[in-house]
Design a protein around this ligand. Sequence first.
Ligand code: PAF
Length: 281
Amino acid sequence: MHLLRTPAELSEWTETARRQGRRVGLVPTMGFLHRGHTSLMEASHERADLTAVSIFVNPTQFGPNEDLARYPRDLEGDLHKCREVKVDAVFTPEAGAMYPSGHRTFVEVTKLEDGLCGGRRPGHFRGVATVVTQLFALARPHVAVFGEKDWQQLQIVRRLAVDLHLGVEVVGMPIVREADGLAMSSRNAYLSGPERTRALALSRGLQAARARWAAGERGAPALCDAVRGELRAGEVREDYVELVDPSTLEPLERADRGDARLLVAGFVGKTRLIDNTAIGC
Ligand code: PAF
């Protein structure tokens, strides 16, 4: 497995692969890898000849009062996991290499970044879109794989890849869950035992909404209330619960078209968690 430390090393590695006629897959991550991430690496293996993983806790996507400093990190453990999944190269840049002094360019994906997590975390998706564009520019991957847990992020990355003519196929992979339904997330590491139990309210809420839909309910308020009931029961403080169009992320009144997405964000203690599900199919 190649360890690539600088942007130039990533470009050179992928350029060589391209010249050899090999398809390159990229899995962007912020590290502290779990089975959700390794499922993305496996998906990349199926679609590309070589897979590169980036591990970079991107400072520009954290707000001033967010968890950049305490975001969980475990580079040695991450490299071990990447080796186990037979990743070909890992890119671990320094923040100063991605954002050298004088850096002034940011990428904004208008509208898509306004609501949901973007509404609650101003500037977050500007940081995500900027670093993902940088990674795409450096690696020029044929395919890039992202998790569906960050549904809004996935739509934003899809949009920027098309709008900026980056020629990369953006693939979304299903949420990987623990046996009890908790969506895998690096932030689960913050949860105490009792908090982890309370965190199940998010997936339970989405399940409750799906059950309401299966029983004939179509209205967004009732479907969202089904989620809220579980959040209250788990003492999870709601950040938002919204039924939206899966690609435009516009709010929907009803889920009768067969392609709505229900998204939830909530705080368990100080930890902010997100989850989502397709509804109506
Ligand atoms: O989903 C993440 O881990 C990050 O937002 C990403 C896409 C790696 C950009 O920093």
